[in-house]
Design a protein around this ligand. Structure first.
Ligand code: NAD
Length: 458
């Protein structure tokens, strides 16, 4: 279902009218396309506090022009078009107390107005130091700063915080956040904690080394996507195939025709089975004797009803498909060694699992369960199998599922986020592709919301 309000505010009279009425002003987002694959301008690299991060070579690898400005440099004329960055990266890893925190204001205050529409602000922070409450206070402050700026900046711009220990390990994350691929990811805090004593079997391909074909980071890899015959899963399959993966499109037998036609179009294969079947993991393993590199648990169902009216069958069918099947197949594929070292598991949570939602006690429980699974399994899966485990948590995404929501609820769902619009399946797919990237080995145990910074469950 098209977002007619977004089309209306894209016209001059529509913009005039909706502004006069004080209504939300969604901007047309710049998403990745073959014609416009990168942001349309330079990256401004700023620093607050002392830093020894060594960011320059990592930023150079984004392919964007980088302008570095130190705290002591004077600010250029904002009317000068070269001073209009498409992105700002603020290195605040050296912020250790309230005094150095002032450097965040000093760096961004003069430039925030000049960031181009659909631009990016990425704040880089350090992990909180449990032995230093001043450093922890100042670094935690970056989170409130990032989320507040994301809510006020407007114009399709996004603001995210990456906590990192080493610039090199964050290469794929910065390339994602500094690109049109992350158009609907805002207000997120992502930990990229390079391999502190990690992964004995970690695949060398995890390193952020230059790739043979940077446009196809998944070349030579096999990816299986559950629930991929339509909706978000189909977009994930398409995006992973674009990035070079051989895809296996898995869905229920009733969706066989759609699964086959998508698999044929992508040069992959279709596999029809119910992920909730007790032997689903064994059947997937049998289908992939040469192993699997990327496992995307996307299949999901809703059976909404308030708890007071919810029969046990409605509860268990949702818990079984959305959570129990994910636990079972993950355990089976790790135990059998089907997931190769360097592998990636991406599970699908939801903002309903973070914020809760009336009528969705079963669904909210199942999606919160995914968060628990990811956080617990991630360190062990990396240490024992060299496999990372992360989740995407979509917000309001324009699919058949959300098209069925009654008009006023649907409008509220679309507008109640910092970008004032719903996301597209491709937004979840691009986030999944970043997590699946061989260079994303230091991104582990993260739950990344793809929600335009939804006001729910912030
Ligand atoms: P969808 O209903 O359009 O597609 C789900 C797909 O999963 C279908 O093709 C379906 O046949 C398949 N599926 C269902 N049960 C299965 C089973 N037992 N075995 C194999 N395949 C099965 O849903 P969608 O909107 O594309 O959502 C995809 C995922 O994203 C789900 O996990 C959903 O909970 C989650 N999500 C969606 C939104 C949204 O706004 N659309 C928001 C948050 C989370």
């Amino acid at each position: 279902m098209a977002d007619r309000y977004l089309s209306l505010t894209g016209t001059a009279p529509g913009r005039f009218l909706t502004r006069r009425l004080g209504l939300p002003q969604p901007a047309a987002l710049h998403r990745w396309s073959p014609d416009r694959p990168a942001l349309d301008g330079p990256v401004l690299h700023l620093t607050a506090g002392p830093s020894s991060l060594g960011l320059a070579p990592v930023l150079a690898r984004t392919g964007l022009t980088v302008t570095t400005r130190r705290p002591e440099d004077t600010v250029g004329d904002p009317a000068d078009s070269s001073a209009r960055p498409a992105a700002v990266v603020l290195d605040a890893t050296g912020v250790r107390d309230v005094d150095t925190l002032a450097g965040v204001h000093a760096a961004l205050h003069p430039v925030v107005r000049s960031v181009a529409p659909s631009g990016r602000i990425v704040v880089l922070g350090a992990p909180l130091d449990p032995a230093d409450h001043h450093q922890s206070a100042a670094q935690q402050a970056l989170e409130g700063f990032t989320r507040s700026l994301g809510k006020e900046i407007g114009g399709g711009r996004t603001v995210n915080l990456v906590r990192l220990t080493e610039a090199g390990a964050a290469g794929s994350t910065l390339r994602f956040l500094l690109s049109p691929r992350s158009a609907y990811v805002s207000g997120q805090v992502i930990d990229v904690l390079a391999a502190a004593g990690s992964a004995p079997q970690a695949d060398a391909r995890q390193a952020d080394a230059p790739q043979a074909d940077p446009g196809r980071p998944l070349a030579g890899r096999t990816a299986l996507v559950t629930g991929a015959a339509r909706g978000i899963g189909a977009a994930v399959a398409e995006t992973l195939a674009r990035d070079g993966a051989r895809v296996v499109v898995l869905d229920v037998p009733q969706a066989e025709q759609d699964a086959r036609s998508l698999a044929d179009r992508l040069g992959g294969t279709a596999l029809t089975l119910d992920v909730a079947a007790a032997d689903a993991g064994e059947r997937i393993a049998a289908e992939l004797p040469d192993g699997l590199d990327v496992l995307v648990h996307n299949a999901g169902v809703t059976r909404d009803r308030r708890l007071v009216n919810m029969p046990a069958e409605r509860w268990s069918s949702v818990l079984d498909v959305n959570l129990a099947s994910v636990l079972r197949t993950t355990d089976a594929l790790l135990a059998k060694g089907t997931l190769r070292p360097g592998g990636r598991i991406v599970a699908t949570a939801s903002i309903a699992g973070l914020a809760g939602n009336a009528g969705q006690t079963n669904y909210g429980a199942s999606k919160a369960g995914i968060v628990g699974l990811v956080r617990s399994l991630a360190p062990r899966a990396l240490a024992e199998h060299g496999v990372t485990v992360n989740a995407v948590a979509p917000g309001f995404i324009e699919t058949r599922m959300t098209a069925a929501i009654p008009l006023f609820l649907r409008e509220a769902g679309r507008r109640m986020n910092s970008l004032a619009q719903g996301g597209l399946p491709v937004d979840v797919a691009e986030t999944t592709a970043w997590l699946a990237d061989p260079a994303s080995g230091a991104v582990n145990g993260q739950v990344v919301r793809v929600c335009g910074q939804s006001l729910l469950g912030a």
